[in-house]
Write a protein that binds this ligand. Structure first.
Ligand SMILES: Nc1ncnc2c1ncn2[C@@H]1O[C@H](COP(=O)(O)OP(=O)(O)OP(=O)(O)O)[C@@H](O)[C@H]1O
Length: 258
């Protein structure tokens, strides 16, 4: 369903140019949940931002259902593919109620039955009707992220891009949101591409994972490899060890890959 080939993107020019991602390839089947992991600055978010048209100066091809996507965001691409960001507080307008935030895409796309759609999507993300006219500051971090997920889903897209959707949340709330995302994917047959620096978080939701380091994919992991740790690249093994908690002896042996 999603095919990315030979994708590259750089920022800046001359001596200051940063090659954020180079020769990146990705293939995600319909209904699959694919994870991208790697440390800060490895290029994970840049791939997602290019997919939704926030960055347009990339080279290569991105295809959805065999159709190459335009470099700039179009109303049609918004309807098919939505993104959930790391910081729900920053991504929600502080002076817009939940109702206004969720109704806006419906108005832009000329969809009717707005009240019904808003209440339905709120219920799906676990928020009752009493949340409808609240402002972001009247919600907890987890509730804000539920609203951000509802906003991403309200146009009934088929693909959701998740950029560190739980890293701004408390650990207990993280698990709730990951479980919610997992249930929503199953209920709607959604395809996910999720980015995180945390292999444990991605492993919870994704059946296949690509590991990025300095703008390149160094290894792809299957569910089996995630369980057993039978991995080729040393950087991936380090990420895997780190995801199993703090092990002083193992961490002391870590190499610098940046
Ligand atoms: N708009 C931009 N202008 C200049 N450089 C950028 C821009 N966006 C990203 N970069 C650079 O591209 C590289 C990859 O950044 P990216 O945000 O994709 O990394 P990441 O793996 O998602 O890390 P993080 O988890 O910290 O967001 C970094 O070196 C970053 O500084």
């Amino acid at each position: 369903m999603i095919e990315i080939s030979d994708f590259s993107i750089a920022f800046g020019s001359g001596k200051n140019q940063i090659q954020a991602v180079k020769n990146f390839n990705l293939s995600v089947a319909e209904g699959e949940s694919f994870g991208l992991v790697g440390e800060s600055g490895s290029g994970k978010s840049t791939v997602l931002r290019a997919m939704v048209g926030i960055y347009s100066h990339w080279t290569g091809t991105i295809r959805i259902d065999g159709q190459p996507i335009a470099h700039k965001r179009t109303p049609a691409s918004r309807k098919h593919m939505q993104m959930v960001f790391q910081d729900p507080y920053g991504s929600l307008h502080p002076r817009r109620t939940v109702d206004a935030t969720l109704s806006e895409p419906l108005v832009i796309h000329g969809l009717d039955n707005r009240e019904e759609r808003v209440l339905k999507i709120l219920a799906e993300v676990g928020l009752g009707p009493e949340y409808r006219f609240r402002y972001p500051h009247q919600l907890s971090g987890g509730q804000r992220q539920r609203v951000a997920i509802a906003r991403a889903l309200i146009l009934e897209p088929r693909v959701i891009l998740l950029d560190e959707p739980t890293s701004a949340l408390d650990v207990s709330v993280q698990a709730e949101i990951l479980n919610l995302l997992s249930a929503l994917r199953k209920a709607h047959g959604l395809t996910y591409v999720m980015v995180s620096h945390d292999l444990a978080v991605v492993g919870h939701l994704c059946s296949r994972i690509a590991v990025m380091n300095r703008g390149e994919v160094v290894e792809e992991m299957s569910e089996d490899q995630m369980r057993t740790g039978n991995l080729k690249h040393e950087y991936t093994r380090q990420l895997w060890t780190a995801s199993h908690g703090y092990d002083r002896k193992a961490l002391a042996g870590f190499k610098e890959f940046a």
